[in-house]
Write a protein that binds this ligand. Sequence first.
Ligand SMILES: Nc1ncnc2c1ncn2[C@@H]1O[C@H](COP(=O)(O)OP(=O)(O)OP(=O)(O)O)[C@@H](O)[C@H]1O
Length: 241
Amino acid sequence: MSGLSIRDLRVTFDGFAAVDGVSLDVAPGDIRFLIGPNGAGKTTLVDAVTGLVKASGSVRFGEQALLGKPVHQIARLGIGRTFQTATVFEELTVLQNLDIAAGAGRGPWTMLRRRRSVPAAVAEALETIGLADQRDKLAGTLAHGQKQWLEIGMLLVQDVKLLLLDEPVAGMSHEERDATGALLGVVSADRTVVVIEHDMDFMRSFARTVTVLHAGKVLSEGSVAEVQADPAVQQVYLGAA
Ligand SMILES: Nc1ncnc2c1ncn2[C@@H]1O[C@H](COP(=O)(O)OP(=O)(O)OP(=O)(O)O)[C@@H](O)[C@H]1O
């Protein structure tokens, strides 16, 4: 397993530093929550790690330096992300969505044809995300939470080693949140997980470590208890939650 190491990361938009010299380390197998007020730079940091925005400094995942690499190369190194809105193929079934995600090297017709056997990685992902009995349902008819899990499943079948999830439980029911937390636990057994989240209850229940960003900088870092006890955090953020 590999960890994520970020040094002096900077992203500027027209002279405005959205990420302003961030350094942080996420240990292999950690579940790191990135929290902070609106505009703190959380999504921009993840954009920089995944190659969507230009950044200076250094980002390493294990031995691999990421900055400067194009998006597809970073993805090929086993780095996958979700966005705030799930991006599944609504007209296709759960199984077809996973098949397509797993489908390197197969043509579209092979992937869309009904197949007798399901590849091991797809079957495993179906179990992990709890959608095995929904596999033939159209993704568009899934509940909101299930779509998010399907999207995570699509990363799992691509053998992603670093998962970056942007507000995975936004809009979820209490039960869906708990199921998502349990899923993070399973996924992190052999992967490193970074979660951007505004939901403080979810963070308290499922984060292993937390980084608090504020105005593009790291304000505080540590366990949930450490971060919650930090007066600087209480002042800018948690005090209001
Ligand atoms: N493409 C862009 N061009 C200009 N400014 C941007 C761009 N993307 C983000 N910003 C600005 O950078 C800052 C950080 O934004 P970012 O979305 O990373 O914050 P965030 O912590 O993810 O916030 P939220 O919790 O609201 O999603 C904000 O002030 C935002 O307006």
